[in-house]
Write a protein that binds this ligand. Sequence first.
Ligand SMILES: NC(=O)c1ccc[n+]([C@@H]2O[C@H](COP(=O)([O-])OP(=O)(O)OC[C@H]3O[C@@H](n4cnc5c(N)ncnc54)[C@H](OP(=O)(O)O)[C@@H]3O)[C@@H](O)[C@H]2O)c1
Length: 242
Amino acid sequence: MLAHKLAVVTGAARGIGLAVARDLATAGCKVLMVGRNAEATEAAAARLQDDDLDVLPHIADVTDASAIAALAARLRREFGRVDILVNNAGIFPETRDFARPPPAASVFAVDPETVTTTIECNAVAALRLLQACIPLMRENGYGRIVNVSSGMGQLSEMGGFWPGYRMSKAALNALTRLAASELAGSPIKINSVCPGWCRTGMGGDNATRSAEEGASGIVWAALLPEDGPSGGFFRDRQAIDW
Ligand SMILES: NC(=O)c1ccc[n+]([C@@H]2O[C@H](COP(=O)([O-])OP(=O)(O)OC[C@H]3O[C@@H](n4cnc5c(N)ncnc54)[C@H](OP(=O)(O)O)[C@@H]3O)[C@@H](O)[C@H]2O)c1
């Protein structure tokens, strides 16, 4: 059954996205690994192919509208379907030292351009990808969309500092709720998932989880059964507050 599922994972050349791509392919999906760096994305895909996993690289910068249009065209032309979309690609360009927030990370000091750039990648690109995939999901009567979010985007627990990243993930969570509302009653599910603090380029060496541990809840949401939830925010498969 899963052998027929086509999954698109963005930011799949490294970190959590690479772990998600590996796990979905291991579960029997064909995975299109989307990355903006051709060399790194092709090398990552080749490593998984060496392990007999059914993956293909696809080069696209998710903030480039024409690149997403080209991805949509490839999905229709080459596969005629897309069953799973994992919006994982993300950036956190603000200076971060979680133990001692630097003054430049204050909402009163941050460069608004940094906020715009972060929202463009972490939220607006996810919107574009969703719009690229929804028509095929509707035609084929199946869809699972996972927006890889963060506890830092929780309004209920919003702390200070890092406004670009926090606002981008709050916006991504709003996208989840908006889409879930319009998809109610359809066979397409969309959820936000926080992977926890993971040892990746973004999370740094002091993080408490491996990329593989972070990927686990994302893969769960990508493979939800028909009676699974939609429109929720999850960490470790448990619902968390928005
Ligand atoms: N690590 C954590 O502790 C943590 C916690 C909560 C949420 N998250 C979320 O988990 C997701 C993955 O994070 P990570 O820790 O794996 O980060 P990472 O190691 O920094 O990897 C980020 C990935 O996103 C890709 N990417 C960034 N901008 C892109 C663009 N414009 N087009 C295409 N790809 C792009 C990167 O590609 P390049 O290699 O080309 O840069 C890279 O593959 C992110 O959405 C992040 O916000 C992470």
